[in-house]
Design a protein around this ligand. Structure first.
Ligand code: C5P
Length: 224
C-alpha cells in the first residue's frame, strides 16, 4: 500500500505530446506516449495528493482520482497550466511540448501542387521556463529532459536556466528508455549538483522514486 505522504498537497502534472495544426487534417507532433506523466499522476493520487493532469492527446485512460484537463496545442497547455499553477504545491512537467508551431493554420486542406513546399514555424512559449520565473519559494518545480547526447551538460544547464528544483533526464538512445516504452532509465539532477542514477525500471516505479525525492526536498526546505 502506498504511503499517504502527499496528503494535503496539490500536484500538477503535464503529460503527452502537443499537436500543432497545419490544416484541418494535418499536424506536427512528437513520439511522446504520455506514459511517464500518467504514471506520475497515478502515483501522486495513490499517495494522497490532489492531482491535476493536463495532457496532450494520448491513447491512455486518465488514471482514477485525478482532475483531467485534455489539451491539444502548446498554447492551450500554457493557458491551462498557468491557470492551475497558483494552487499547486508541486508541478511536474513531463509533457513533450512542441518547440515550434506552423506560423499559420490553414482553414482548408492544403492541396498538393507537385512543387517543393516550405512550412514556416514560430517558437512556442516555453511553459516550464515561464513557471520557473513565477514560482514561489513554497512551490517545487520539476522538469524533464530527453536527450540524445551531452545529457549531463544539458541537464544541469536546463535545471539552472529554467529555475527548477529537480530535473529528470533520460538518454532516449538507451534501450528501454524514453518514448513509448513502459520502462525508463533516468538520472535525477538536484539543486546542489547532486545526481541520482536509477537503473532500468518500469515507469510506475520511476514515478514513485521521483515523488520520494519531492518529499525529501520538502522536508529539507521545511527544516532549513
Ligand atoms: O528545453 P527542453 O524542451 O528540452 O525542456 C524540457 C522540459 O521543458 C520538459 O519538462 C518540458 O515539459 C518543458 N517544456 C515546456 N514548454 C516548452 C518546451 C519544453 O514546458 N515549450
Amino acid at each position: 500500500l502506498a504511503p499517504h505522504d502527499l496528503a494535503g498537497l496539490t500536484v500538477l502534472v503535464t503529460a503527452g505530446p502537443t499537436r500543432e495544426s497545419l490544416d484541418p487534417v494535418r499536424y506536427i507532433s512528437n513520439r511522446s506516449s504520455g506514459k511517464m506523466g500518467y504514471a506520475l499522476a497515478r502515483a501522486a493520487a495513490l499517495r494522497g495528493a490532489r492531482v491535476i493532469l493536463v495532457s496532450g492527446p494520448t491513447a491512455l485512460e486518465p488514471p482514477p482520482d485525478v482532475e483531467f484537463i485534455p489539451v491539444e496545442t502548446a498554447d492551450q497547455m500554457f493557458n491551462e497550466v498557468t491557470r492551475a499553477f497558483g494552487g499547486a504545491d508541486v508541478i511536474i512537467k513531463a509533457a513533450a511540448v512542441a518547440d515550434y508551431r506552423p506560423v499559420t493554420v490553414s482553414h482548408q486542406k492544403i492541396k498538393k501542387s507537385g512543387q517543393e513546399m516550405i512550412i514556416e514555424l514560430v517558437p512556442n512559449p516555453d511553459i516550464l521556463a515561464e513557471l520557473g520565473r513565477r514560482k514561489t519559494s513554497q512551490q517545487l518545480l520539476i522538469g524533464f529532459a530527453a536527450e540524445t547526447n551531452n545529457l549531463e551538460q544539458y541537464a544541469r544547464e536546463k535545471l539552472s536556466r529554467k529555475n527548477l528544483d529537480l530535473l529528470v533526464a533520460n538518454d532516449i538512445t538507451m534501450p528501454g528508455a524514453g518514448f513509448d516504452y513502459d520502462t525508463n532509465i533516468v538520472r535525477i539532477f538536484g539543486p546542489h549538483d547532486e545526481v541520482e542514477d536509477l537503473p532500468l525500471m518500469d515507469k510506475n516505479t520511476v514515478a514513485h522514486k521521483i515523488l520520494d525525492r519531492v518529499i525529501e526536498l520538502r522536508k529539507s526546505r521545511q527544516g532549513a
